[in-house]
Design a binder for this molecule. Structure first.
Ligand code: ASP
Ligand code: MG
Length: 422
């Protein structure tokens, strides 16, 4: 049996006809070497953003069903064009929509979850010698011959499509092609001497993605972890092997900070004068959760005179909605004031080695202090330390922390890769 590879190409890799021909050339090369291929595509360039803007120009409240049917067309477009580009290079190929590929989801339009995948059609196409192109980021409700409704999986959802297909088809490899060479110790646009990481654990990758590394959708990493899919992130435009996201055995875990991430799209919210009584946190955070307002890094200060202050962070794009909700809640619960600061950012260090090294927190705080950077909030997990600082200082903070943990030294990364390879 030939090797089955699932490949995914992101929007920037498919941005125009020339890039589509380039992608088809890569696919053709792997096909000629004998691999069976299922190729997941994103929409071309910024197509999804443009479609969203178009809908917004028509109405403030687009119907979720129509919205999903609209967004799904972006991936149909790129899928058909990749198939045609393969035909032009003499390779047999067929493009399928998510529903045609047998991807069934729940009914949550705009953020659907994959419920199951019927691989029969894909398998038939593979057996008849075709490269199967699957439109990413989508599926449908319904069962069997009932086609139900088209759904989309949330922004960046093509990664999830690829990992889910790799798991369901038992693929020999899952390759995510993008416009960078892999996962780096920091964003190279901010820290120029950032190094490519050859191998990274699922949990580390998940923390990085949550803390602002945008190379892969977090849900796709989770899905890979649960299903043991080794995910290779690599560049469409080079032959560099990239980064392998996989289980890293405990023996190889160095006492090491593996990478850092920054997130500028953060805002800090402080509620002043919160009545200090049981149930108050629920009374605030339950309504926020109900409205899909994700809260992060909650800090409650020491209370005095029966009231306390509470601070937390939200995504910057949610600040206005958060303020409106808290004003309403404040009337009911009796806050003194709600203050927001949209000009903050998060900087995090991540690494399996962190939890048995209390010294890392002090080193990170020291790096910031030496730059004269004030920390306004801190949070930690087993394998991560995050600080909230002023957004204007985020680049300086990133460079200082990267240097402090000597992440620019390639040997450190290489030796972990070697240890993991065996
Ligand atoms: N086209 C969708 C988006 O831009 C899905 C994806 O690219 O993965 O979010
Ligand atoms: Mg995209």
């Amino acid at each position: 049996m030939s090797r089955l590879i699932v490949q995914k190409f992101g929007g920037s890799s498919l941005a125009d006809a020339e890039r589509i021909r380039h992608v088809a050339g890569r696919i053709a090369r792997d096909r000629r070497e004998g691999a069976d291929l299922v190729v997941v595509v994103s929409a071309m360039g910024d197509t999804t953003d443009h479609l969203t803007e178009l809908a917004a120009a028509i109405t403030d409240e687009p119907d979720p069903r129509e919205m999903d049917l609209l967004l799904a067309t972006g991936e149909h477009m790129s899928g058909t064009l990749v198939a045609m580009a393969l035909h032009a290079q003499g390779i047999e190929a067929v493009s399928l929509t998510g529903p045609q590929a047998g991807i069934r989801t729940d009914t949550a339009h705009g953020r659907a979850r994959i419920a199951n995948i019927d691989p029969a059609r894909m398998r038939r196409e593979i057996e008849s010698g075709r490269v199967v192109i699957v439109a990413g980021f989508q599926g449908s409700t319904g069962e069997g011959y009932d086609t139900g409704e088209v759904t989309t999986l949330g922004r960046g959802g093509s990664d999830t499509t690829a990992v889910a297909l790799a798991a369901r088809l038992g693929a020999d490899a899952c390759e995510i092609y993008t416009d960078v060479e892999g996962i780096f110790t920091a964003d190279p646009r901010v820290v120029p001497d950032a190094q490519l990481i050859p191998t990274i654990g699922y949990e580390e990758m998940l923390e990085l993605a949550h803390q602002g590394a945008t190379v892969m959708q977090t849900r796709a990493v989770e899905l890979g972890w649960v299903n043991d899919v080794v995910i290779r992130v690599r560049s469409t435009f080079s032959d560099h092997p990239g980064t392998s996201i996989q289980e890293v055995s405990a023996v190889e875990l160095r006492d090491k900070v593996r990478a850092m991430a920054i997130d500028r799209k953060v805002a800090k919210v402080t509620i002043v004068g919160v009545p200090d009584r049981p149930g108050i946190a629920r009374a605030i955070f339950e309504p926020m959760a109900d409205q899909g307002l994700n809260v992060d890094m909650i800090v409650q200060n020491i209370g005095h005179d029966g009231s306390t202050d509470m601070s937390f962070t939200v995504e910057r794009s949610n600040v206005a909605r958060t303020e409106r909700l808290l004003e309403l809640l404040g009337k009911e619960l009796g806050f003194t004031d709600v203050q927001t600061d949209p000009d903050v950012a998060k900087v995090s260090i991540v690494g399996e080695g962190i939890h048995n090294h209390p010294g890392y927190a002090a080193q990170m705080f020291g790096a910031l202090a030496d730059e004269g950077i004030n920390i306004s909030m801190i949070s930690t997990s087993e394998i991560r330390i995050t600080c909230i600082i002023k957004e204007a200082q985020i680049d300086a903070a990133a460079k200082a922390i990267h240097r402090t943990f000597r992440l620019q030294e390639p040997e450190a990364a290489e030796s972990v890769a070697e240890a993991t390879a065996g």
